[in-house]
Ligand binder design. Structure first.
Ligand code: PLP
Length: 389
């Protein structure tokens, strides 16, 4: 999309970094992949000279390789690997204290919504949800006890676009911590730290892992001070990723560019096809002309991603499509080699009260299609038959 030469160069370097990330050759043996250090603890040869890692909750070489890998890809200072995306998000939000207030994008991931409204609320951490595409709403939400802003762009599942730099600059001027859930774009397309964000978060279960076979979360801090604080939380809460899963994630991430590029080309075709169907009430994809916030998205991201949402008009019709499709997995989740069709109203956003859900544009007929690596003509033919009748 962006033919700017610097950006081209950046993408080229990124593709090379994906493969040559520093841990691709084992320093001790020359092995062609990071060894799995399946160990919970490490021997102290002498007490005067302790080993680099002493206990795997606090640090493990396999997990460390993954943490350094994601930090490099995001252009941050320190990376952290967690047992799930929610473990990454919840642990990072422990940077807040009782009495603090956080401003959060209103169509945030359903699990994050649940964490904020039913768990952190009990810890006296207060949340205001705003439409973050409307800067006036963000400014109006500021209170004397506001400490942080949580962004997600494109948002899930209506792919609303928030101006990252605008919000990050404003937050900085009020001494607020900024966190951004970068799951949908991945660092291949969007590097929020370069735009002023303090902590980037991932459900690595999705595009980074890419194969629907590992549950994991990642976080990257923009500076050493935040890195130190998050390290204390990761170790203190014990929300770490296990070593086998760390290895699987590294394996999946190496093909991130190849997978994203292919899926994205297909997603664009699917979005264009859907937009031509008179029976589809609405199509949400940042790559479509007329998508609100498309200009902002193109300024801050290098691509549009592989998730397309569309409204088939009613809950009955959505259920019919889910019943009749033959190729995609009908499931919660996204970002895998296989296409995944999900029904936000009854799956990812089931925890959200119906009125709140409607207010946020998540209609009863809304479906979310995560385009995988199948042949796009087959996927469209399959969807065509599922929509008919
Ligand atoms: C899936 C997801 C999460 C939660 O991640 P888990 O790995 O399922 O815990 C958070 N944010 C977004 C945008 C997601 O899609």
């Amino acid at each position: 999309m962006n033919k700017d030469q610097d950006l081209d160069k950046k993408q080229r370097k990124f593709a090379t970094d994906l493969i040559h990330f520093g841990g691709e050759i084992d320093k001790a043996t020359g092995a062609s992949s990071v060894p799995i250090y399946q160990a919970s603890t490490f021997h102290h040869e002498s007490l005067a000279n302790p080993p680099q890692h002493d206990y795997s909750r606090s640090g493990n070489p396999t997990r460390q390789a993954l943490e350094d890998y994601i930090a490099k890809l995001e252009g941050g200072v320190r990376g952290f690997a967690f047992a799930s995306g929610m473990a990454a998000i919840s642990t990072s939000l422990m940077l807040l204290s009782a009495g603090d207030h956080i401003i959060v994008t209103e169509d945030v991931y359903g699990g994050t919504y649940r964490l904020l409204t039913s768990i952190l609320s009990r810890m006296n951490i207060e949340t205001t949800f705003v439409d973050m595409t409307d800067f006036a709403q963000v400014q109006a939400a500021l209170k004397p006890n506001t400490k942080a802003v949580f962004l997600e762009t494109p948002s899930n599942p209506t792919l609303k676009i928030t101006d990252i730099k605008l919000i990050a600059d404003w937050a900085k001027s009020h001494d607020l911590l900024t966190l951004l859930d970068n799951t949908f774009m991945t660092p291949y397309h969007q590097r929020p730290i370069e735009l002023g964000i303090d902590i980037v978060l991932h459900s690595a279960t999705k595009f980074l892992g890419g194969h629907s076979d590992v549950l994991a979360g990642l976080a990257v801090t923009a500076n050493e001070n935040l890195g130190r604080r998050l390290k204390i939380l990761q170790n203190g809460m014990g929300t770490v990723l296990g070593v086998q899963d760390s290895w699987l994630l590294i394996r999946g991430m190496k093909t991130l560019k190849a997978r994203m590029e292919y899926s994205e080309t297909s997603a664009m075709k699917l979005a264009q096809w859907l937009a031509e169907q008179p029976s589809i009430a609405k199509v949400y994809y940042p790559g479509l002309p007329g998508h609100p916030g498309r200009d902002i998205h193109e300024r801050q991201s290098l691509g549009y991603g592989a998730v397309v949402s569309f409204d088939v008009g009613s809950g009955e019709r959505a259920k019919q499509v889910l019943d009749k499709v033959k190729l995609p997995l009908v499931a919660v989740s996204l970002g895998a080699v296989e296409s995944i069709l999900s029904y936000p109203a009854m799956m990812s956003h089931a925890a959200m009260p119906r009125e709140v859900r409607h207010q946020r544009g998540i209609a009863d007929g809304l479906l979310r299609y995560s385009v995988g690596l199948e042949d796009i003509e087959d996927l469209i033919d399959d969807l065509k038959q599922a929509l008919s009748g």
